[in-house]
Write a protein that binds this ligand. Structure first.
Ligand SMILES: Nc1ncnc2c1ncn2[C@@H]1O[C@H](COP(=O)(O)OP(=O)(O)O)[C@@H](O)[C@H]1O
Ligand SMILES: [Mg+2]
Length: 251
């Protein structure tokens, strides 16, 4: 199994778009894939995919909290049959949708709950799990990233600042991360006025995994409720495919 997190330190860099397109690509290649929204505060996968708001990861979390009253998190495991009621599908791709449980992110048992979700999902027979995360460095997000085979760090050239990115990487290293676990993705081609992706990759010590072109269909109404890698080839979906193959083929 490959567990991949799509992550970044600033909002609106394209994490959710990349997560859904990546999961869609793996799925259309015949890999048994699940897309998971672990942006517990502002997750918007349901909106982007036109799914129902429920069931979702928060409904599952509510059940986990009940079990956590009696058992430590490491003794709680959900089998695939027990997880299935919380999962929706988008064109046959299983999706664990955005949280709707109020205050989930502020709960004192959140870390235990996230551990139960992770340990249960990592034991399922999926080939690939793709996690869509919020930016920032809250404990539960770092906890998710630590368990991943690969973390894609998404940056958007227009708003990119190298000193900020370096400070962010130093923070992750202080938290115990190795940059080998990370892959850099620049979402949208930089203009001449912006920094060279390879230069950024060298400075940060993170391998460059992809530079994605502009894909206007992703934004606005026309882009809603679609996963382009499932039914259309363009430069954007081609790049997502390269990214997916790179992740799939590495040890
Ligand atoms: N490569 C791209 N080309 C054009 N628009 C994009 C691209 N990637 C993302 N977007 C748009 O940018 C906005 C933010 O993307 P989103 O995936 O929600 O970011 P995040 O999850 O990081 O907040 C959305 O409107 C999305 O459609
Ligand atoms: Mg998002």
């Amino acid at each position: 199994m490959k567990a991949v997190a799509v992550y970044g330190y600033s909002p609106c860099t394209g994490k959710t778009s990349i997560a859904k397109e990546l999961a869609g690509f793996f799925h259309s290649q015949g890999r048994n894939t699940m897309l998971v929204d672990t942006d517990l505060v502002k997750g918007n996968l349901t909106e982007k995919l036109g799914l129902n708001s429920s069931p979702n990861i928060g409904v599952w979390a509510a059940d986990i909290f009940k079990r956590l009253d009696f058992l430590p998190y490491w003794d709680i495991n959900y089998t695939w049959n027990e997880i299935e009621p919380y999962v929706q599908t988008f064109n046959s791709l299983p999706v664990l949708a955005s949280n709707t449980l109020e205050d989930l992110a502020g709960s004192p048992s959140l870390l235990g709950c996230v551990n139960v979700i992770l340990q249960s999902l990592l034991k399922t027979p999926y080939d690939v799990l793709v996690f869509d995360n919020s930016g920032g460095v809250c404990d539960h997000t770092l906890n998710i990233l630590l368990r991943m085979d690969k973390v894609l760090l998404v940056a958007e050239p227009f708003s990119f600042s190298l000193p900020n990115a370096e400070a962010f990487v130093r923070l992750l290293v202080d938290e115990g991360f190795s940059m080998d676990q990370f892959g850099l993705v620049l979402n949208r081609y930089p203009t001449h006025a912006e920094q060279d992706p390879l230069e950024i990759s060298r400075t940060l010590g993170i391998s460059l995994y992809g530079v994605l072109p502009n894909c206007p269909d992703l934004s606005g109404k026309r882009g809603q409720a679609r996963i382009f890698t499932m039914d259309r080839a363009n430069r954007f979906t081609d790049e997502i495919g390269h990214l997916a193959n790179k992740i799939w083929n590495e040890n």
